[in-house]
Design a protein around this ligand. Structure first.
Ligand code: THU
Length: 161
């Protein structure tokens, strides 16, 4: 038996002001989108902004439903729109931000497992990393260099061939 350690690089920024201009704009677009979230049941609003390699930014936010599982997270609303409307255009980065109507979210919101899996599909398909910028409403911003970093041992199409 051998033991292996899995680790990844995480960049921590004190605030949005510390981000490079393009990354800051991406996060600002996520914040704007967050405000349009439809989250009457959880009161937890999430915004996502997807940067494509052609420079376009696609945004999305969580869409809840009275039949709870029928709703969808912000990240998947955004990446599925990108996949549907910009097939073949690579995704460079995704900014994600969350706010609650009940408290101040001061820790970076990371994508749920389903969203990691969904984003992972695009990262594998395009064979280049998708960077993630994660933010609450206030507080530090985290940058992951690739979705694979936060979804080790991912299930992928390689198992299906
Ligand atoms: N949510 C997201 O939009 N993204 C995530 O990665 C985690 C959770 C949404 C789903 C639901 O509308 C609300 O946050 C509470 O779970």
């Amino acid at each position: 038996m051998i033991k292996k350690k899995v680790s990844f690089d995480l960049s921590v920024y004190d605030s949005i002001e510390e981000l490079e201009a393009g990354d800051k704009e991406l996060m600002q677009r996520a914040v704007i989108s967050r405000k349009n979230a439809y989250a009457p049941y959880s009161g937890f609003n999430v915004g996502a902004a997807v940067l494509l390699e052609n420079g376009e930014i696609i945004t999305g936010n969580n869409q809840e439903n009275a039949a709870y599982p029928s709703g969808l997270c912000a990240e998947r609303v955004a990446v599925f729109y990108a996949g549907a409307n910009y097939p073949g255009v690579k995704i460079k980065a995704i900014a994600i931000t969350a706010a609650s109507k009940n408290y101040i979210v001061d820790t970076a919101a990371a994508p749920c497992g389903d969203c990691r899996q969904a984003i992972s599909e695009y990262e594998a398909k395009q064979q280049s990393p998708i960077a993630l910028f994660l933010m609450g409403e206030t507080g530090k911003i985290l940058k992951c260099n690739a979705i694979a970093d936060i979804l080790p041992l991912a299930f992928s199409s390689s198992f299906l061939s």
